[in-house]
Ligand binder design. Structure first.
Ligand SMILES: Nc1ncnc2c1ncn2[C@@H]1O[C@H](COP(=O)(O)OP(=O)(O)O)[C@@H](O)[C@H]1O
Ligand SMILES: [Mg+2]
Length: 364
């Protein structure tokens, strides 16, 4: 196993800058997830680490070795793609042991490693089958198993679950986590699915437009997003963003005062009438009591989820200069709201985040 260090890695295809000055280090044995919208450079970075794309600028280290000029097969990394390419003419067992055979591992040891990996991925009963006799989910497990059986220094996964149906994706995600706990191989996992990023990772690297937006634990990115892009990408349903102005004590949204911050908390360092984007997660919005300042809200779509009901709607325009502002919140199922209902909402002042409307950076 080995750490992986990227030092100002830039990747350019002609005039397209796919990745720009990316720097981070995955410590030995950790599981990191790179997340971000489609086209943000995730696959390019992974392919760079694997040695499938030459570095345009910057340095790449695996362990203590700079591997900029080391060919892919000498990097001791294993990569699994979205479209699990298995060898169609080989059985599952032969697919699993392929990398070991290539490295000249003795047959008895091969058999033992194949057995262990097959057991941890629950594919022991499939060892004699050919890939075409397997379901998509089973094939992807074999592809994962083949990569793990080699015991590479570094394990690279590019959206490995995105071809699986929902149930299988959840199961395989949990298995991947167990596999990592068991083998402890340094792992970089790429996904555009923020649930996978949150549930699997020691740390998340959030990319957008080829640049690192934030690196941190799932909790850091969820609670302390560096900017509005991270705030709205991480979390489902996404964080609500409301244009607001500071009235000297608290905020007004479309002219309505929302609950001022608790007297014990530091007042925001804003000037009166300063405009900010307020960020609030749906779970921090509740129906308001009669006698407290509240935000008017018009229900548009009601989505019962069982334990709670998700409501999407808008804060209506109040004056000519206002725009209706979309917002989502959860309510108890017994409230049974219907489209068109008007509600009064309380935004928990302890969970309001402020973003600069121009740069999107979070304000302290
Ligand atoms: N081989 C290539 N040639 C030209 N442009 C590429 C190549 N590979 C990727 N790109 C471009 O680089 C950007 C990042 O792509 P990619 O890394 O595949 O994004 P992601 O995996 O995050 O969806 C995109 O704009 C894509 O079109
Ligand atoms: Mg990709």
């Amino acid at each position: 196993m080995a750490r992986v260090r990227l030092d100002h890695i830039t990747q350019q295809f002609g005039k397209t800058v796919a990745v720009q000055g990316v720097t981070f280090e995955v410590p030995d044995g950790e599981f990191w997830v790179m997340v971000g919208p489609s086209g943000c450079g995730k696959s390019t970075l992974l392919r760079t680490i694997a040695g499938l794309a030459p570095v345009t600028a910057g340095d790449l280290f695996i362990g203590d070795r700079c591997v900029n000029n080391v060919p892919a097969r000498q990097r001791d990394v294993a990569m699994v793609f979205q479209n699990y390419a298995l060898y169609p003419h080989m059985t599952v067992a032969q697919n699993l042991s392929f990398g070991l055979r290539m490295r000249g591992v003795p047959p008895a040891e091969q058999a033992e490693q194949v057995r262990q990996v097959a057991k941890s991925l629950s594919i022991g009963h499939l060892l004699d089958r050919k890939p075409r006799q397997l379901s998509g989910g089973q094939q992807q497990r074999v592809a994962l198993g083949r990569a793990i059986a080699r015991r590479p220094q570094v394990f690279l996964l590019d959206e490995p679950l995105s071809n699986l149906d929902a149930q299988l994706r959840d199961d395989t995600r949990a298995e991947l986590k167990q596999l990592h706990q068991r083998f402890g191989i340094t792992t970089l996992y790429v996904t555009h699915d923020q649930v996978e990023a949150m549930t699997l990772s020691d740390r998340i690297v959030m990319l957008d437009q080829g640049q690192v937006q934030q690196i941190g634990t799932p909790d850091d990115l969820y609670r302390q997003p560096a900017n509005q892009r991270v705030a709205t990408f991480i979390g489902n349903p996404p964080m609500g963003i409301l244009a607001a102005s500071f009235d000297g004590q608290g905020f007004r949204v479309n002219g309505h005062a929302i609950a001022p911050p608790a007297p014990t908390s530091e007042p925001p360092t804003l000037v009166v009438n300063q405009v900010v984007n307020l960020g609030i997660r749906p779970e921090h919005i509740t129906p308001a009591f009669e006698d407290e300042p509240a935000l008017p809200f018009v229900v548009e779509v009601v989505e019962p989820l069982g334990r709670e009901t998700l409501i999407r709607g808008v804060v209506p325009a109040h004056r000519d200069c206002d725009m209706p502002q979309p917002l989502s919140c959860f309510v108890l199922p017994r409230l049974r709201p219907t489209p068109g209902d008007r509600l009064r909402l309380r935004l928990d002042p302890n969970h309001l985040l402020m973003f600069d409307p121009g740069s999107g950076q979070r304000l302290p």
